[in-house]
Ligand binder design. Structure first.
Ligand code: PHE
Ligand code: ZN
Length: 863
């Protein structure tokens, strides 16, 4: 019953087209837990009802379980057998039965963090996607919905707090033990089951819903952490009000609990009435959390809360429909965060994330449509494609029909499918009918992987200008040929001489492989502002001179489009330089200088706009990525901008930082801009830069400034770097979330010895493979550091492959997430290709690999 043996590496491919409705439904489940850290007894009583006419055995999935006893209708039952790890119970002619199965599990040895596990003395569960079968035998598929009654009992000293879904309906004591009975009135799939037992303190509050019901809110954390839960609580109340106002959705229980745990594979989990969170997305105070961390807390709290409707009340029929809940819920949390802060800045951040995480996935060996056709291990499909591209596809529907009609569509969806396990097709049909739009062609977004490209050119006839579009969708694994997609394209056109001719913001629908759009009459070639607001998640190929881009960066009336124009100008400059053409930095410097003029009124936007594109994104523009040249030329441009505008950077830094307790968009923007200014100043190599960074580090009244200064120092070679790293470590060594930052800034460093530094840090006494946050903060940061990870001798690849191999037996889900960077080998030169493939092969040669790692590594090797 060890963890390793519970995930056999037999690659079985599951196909969406094989879906069959369940043979048995389970209207009610009663669970009885006798809690112990290394032995928990689980008694499960399932009321099962046969769905079809003919007798069929009951298939209950298990993972690492042995049945201690099986009873049917109260009698000991012997008509069962194990098939692999599953339990097959033969119920003969019965059409309904009460099936009881007892098992014993060991939470302390559950290092996978799926099922029931121990985290810092706490017992907690994680059941999505297929963790419930690690607790008890069950069909464990999302289209089997049941009402749950949960009894748990345990030592009162070890587990003073006992929580599960729904409401606590009774509790009592028996000697040194106590027990609690929880009931959830809403039928739910097993992946939404949750239980928490341990020593926790609570921040309590309440929310009155739009119909006047009082909901008790609780955020449960370890003693000492309660002072860092205020932001999460405010975000929860804001989310509850927002979902009522924007979607008309009210909360449906008297209690809403959140528990924060330190060891968690993902960000958080939307269990009904009992969300379980990675501490990283709950705990925040100005001394330990950056503005980015604060926004993360707000966004994830909202995301999980919104799942109560998009995910829980309407759930997924099968895991191929995962984007039904995830894409829609990301779209909802993005709009919530935009409403809580600056919409253009939020859009810029979301698009940056899409380009950084999803575009490479869509262009590589692991590309899949937002509704995949097959998988081996569902845990590998919690991807940027399912989540972020999924959100973009919902956004396009909303853009095409506008907010009122979109709301009619979602109202119909929630009303029609409430209490059901639905499909992506159900969602599209509800939007189609509710909003009144034909989405026949649009459905291809659910079927075809790959990022569409629009090649654009302008044509003129007798003073009338038009836009010619050629659409292609690239081949992806298993999909050599593609059909053109339907997409909303927002555009505008301006006369650069200021003559007054302009085409105001217009929404066109692109459907064809080729299409011509009339722009109107212009005296000269107009400046085209296209894909405004990133109305479609595509790549636009459009040859434009630096003059036109600079003009748009300064004059476009859409802030997102101004950002895009400046980014394109930077990209063009960098790609030219990397390809050996003489780099002319002038146009970029002028445009950055111009943009900085708006720093006082909108610092948040300006900070985003003047940031150079990442090394990885520059690489994505090239036929063959040259990580060393990219680093060199990006640093050169950064130094040139730093030097040319040095007085401006110094002026920004000479001002006072907004107080760390001020979390307004403007204050956050001000801090972000100071961080950017410091990086530009440091890039000049000015003698006083390390001392200035160190002073900012030391004087900082909060983590945003402190971390930005530390990160800047970490790139360099100064005594201040060593001092700051040491001070930071000593000050925060007992705070795991802040210590993660200490590992992270070192793995992000642009120094030449970063791979060796990461290798050494992996031996640090505070490093552990047992905690996913710590693993990501070191190794995840390294894979995001392009020139370091792709160091020509392959040392970065070896380090990651060693990690995958060492982590797989403990935590296959987190281990498998480290593989995709190795799978991008096709994008690199032959030398690197060979080294990357060799590491993938070395991983695959390991005996006893998990299904998770086997699937990711073998698909990655295929290229
Ligand atoms: N469903 C969670 C979310 O998106 C993510 C998650 C998946 C968490 C699997 C744990 C395990 O909110
Ligand atoms: Zn989610």
């Amino acid at each position: 019953m060890t963890d390793a043996s519970s995930t056999p590496a037999i690659p079985v491919t599951i196909h969406r087209s094989d879906y069959r409705a369940p043979d048995w439904s389970i209207p009610d489940i009663a669970l009885d837990f006798a809690l112990g850290i290394d032995a928990t007894k689980v008694g499960a009583a399932l009321s099962v009802v046969r769905q079809g006419g003919a007798p069929v055995p009951l298939l209950l999935r298990g993972d690492g379980l042995t049945p201690a006893a099986v009873r049917v209708d109260g009698e000991v039952w012997n008509d069962w057998r194990m098939e692999g790890s599953d339990l097959i119970v033969d119920l003969g002619e019965r059409t309904a039965a009460a099936v009881e199965v007892d098992t014993v599990i060991d939470p302390a040895s559950n290092t996978q963090l799926s099922g029931l596990y121990a985290s810092g003395g706490l017992l907690c569960t994680q059941c999505e996607a297929e963790g419930f079968r690690r607790i008890t035998f069950h069909p464990d598929r999302p289209d089997v919905l049941s009402r749950y009654k949960v009894r748990m009992a345990g030592d009162k000293a070890a587990f003073p707090i006992l929580l599960s879904n729904g409401n606590c309906v009774d509790q009592g004591e028996e000697g040194s033990d106590h027990w609690a009975l929880w009931e959830d009135p809403w039928p739910k799939p097993s992946y939404l089951f949750a239980l928490v037992a341990g020593d926790l303190v609570v921040n309590k509050d309440s929310f009155t819903t739009m119909s006047g019901r009082e909901v008790e809110l609780g955020i449960w954390v370890r003693g000492g952490d309660q002072d860092r839960t205020g932001h999460a609580m405010q975000a929860l109340k804001d989310s509850m009000a927002w979902d009522e106002r924007v979607y008309g959705r009210e909360y449906d229980l008297d209690l809403f609990n959140i528990v924060a745990v330190s060891d968690f594979n993902m960000g958080a989990m939307e269990n009904k009435g009992l969300n379980i969170f990675n501490t990283r997305y709950i705990l925040a105070d100005p001394d330990t959390a950056t503005d980015v961390d604060y926004d993360g807390v707000e966004g994830v709290v909202a995301h999980e809360y919104f799942h109560n409707w998009s995910g829980n009340r309407v759930t997924c029929r099968d895991w191929f429909q995962l984007s039904l809940k995830e894409g829609f819920t990301v779209f909802r949390d993005q709009n919530f965060s935009a409403d809580m802060g600056s919409p253009p800045v939020k859009r810029i951040e979301d698009v940056r994330l899409l380009r950084a995480a999803q575009f490479p996935e869509d262009a590589g060996p692991l590309a899949h449509p937002i509704r995949p056709d097959s998988f081996q291990e569902i845990s590998n499909f919690y991807t940027a494609t399912i989540y972020n591209k999924g959100a973009e596809i919902i956004r396009m529907m909303a853009t095409m029909v506008g907010p009122e009609r979109f709301r009619k569509g979602t109202d119909l969806y929630f009303e029609r499918h409430d209490g059901e396990a639905a499909t992506c097709e159900d969602f599209v049909r509800a939007i189609e009918e509710g909003a009144g739009i034909d989405l026949a062609q649009f459905r291809r977004w659910y079927e075809q992987a790959g990022t569409p490209r629009l090649k654009l050119s302008l044509a003129e006839e007798a003073g009338h200008w038009s836009l010619d579009i050629v659409q292609t969708v690239p081949p992806t694994p298993g999909q050599p040929e593609k059909q053109p997609m339907m997409m909303p394209l927002r555009l505008a056109a301006f006369a650069m001489d200021g003559s007054g001719d302009a085409l105001a913001d217009t929404l066109v629908t692109v459907t064809g492989a080729t299409q011509r759009i009339a722009l109107g009459k212009f005296a000269a070639r107009p400046a085209l502002s296209v894909n405004r607001g990133f109305s479609a998640p595509i790549i636009v190929d459009f040859e434009r001179g630096s003059g036109e881009l600079a003009w748009l960066a300064a004059h476009d009336d859409d802030p997102f489009a101004r950002y895009e124009a400046l980014q394109q100008l930077m990209l063009d400059t960098l790609v030219a330089a990397v390809s050996g053409k003489t780099g002319d930095h002038r146009a970029v410097i002028d445009a950055v200088g111009q943009t900085l003029a708006g720093a006082a009124s909108d610092p948040a936007f300006v900070a985003e706009a003047v940031l150079l594109p990442s090394e990885a994104f520059i690489g994505d523009q090239m036929v063959t990525v040259d990580p060393d040249a990219i680093r060199r030329e990006r640093l050169a441009l950064q130094a040139a901008i730093g030097t040319a505008l040095e007085t401006k950077w110094r002026a920004i830094l000479a001002g006072r930082a907004p107080p760390a307790t001020d979390l307004s968009s403007k204050a956050k923007g001000g801090r972000r801009l100071r961080g950017v200014a410091l990086a530009y100043l440091a890039a000049t190599g000015a003698d006083d830069a390390p001392a200035l960074a160190f002073r900012i580090f030391s004087d900082a009244d909060g983590m945003t400034e402190r971390q930005a200064a530390l990160a800047t120092l970490a790139h360099g070679d100064s005594d201040e770097r060593i001092a700051a790293l040491d001070i930071f470590y000593q000050r925060y060594r007992d705070n795991p979330l802040v210590l993660d930052k200490w590992f992270q800034v070192q793995a992000w460093s642009l120094r030449g010895d970063t791979v060796d530094a990461v290798k050494a840090l992996a031996q640090h006494p505070d490093f552990t493979l047992a905690n996913p946050n710590r693993v990501r903060s070191l190794y995840g940061a390294l894979t995001g550091n392009q020139a370091a990870f792709h160091q020509a001798d392959g040392a970065g690849y070896t380090l990651i492959a060693d990690l995958v191999i060492a982590l797989d037996p403990k935590n296959p889900q987190t281990s498998a997430k480290m593989i995709p960077p190795l799978g991008r080998w096709k994008r690199f030169d032959e030398g690197r290709q060979a080294l990357m493939k060799a590491e993938l092969e070395r991983i695959l040669a390991q005996p006893g690999l998990s299904r998770d790692v086997t699937e990711q590594a073998s698909k990655s090797l295929l290229g």
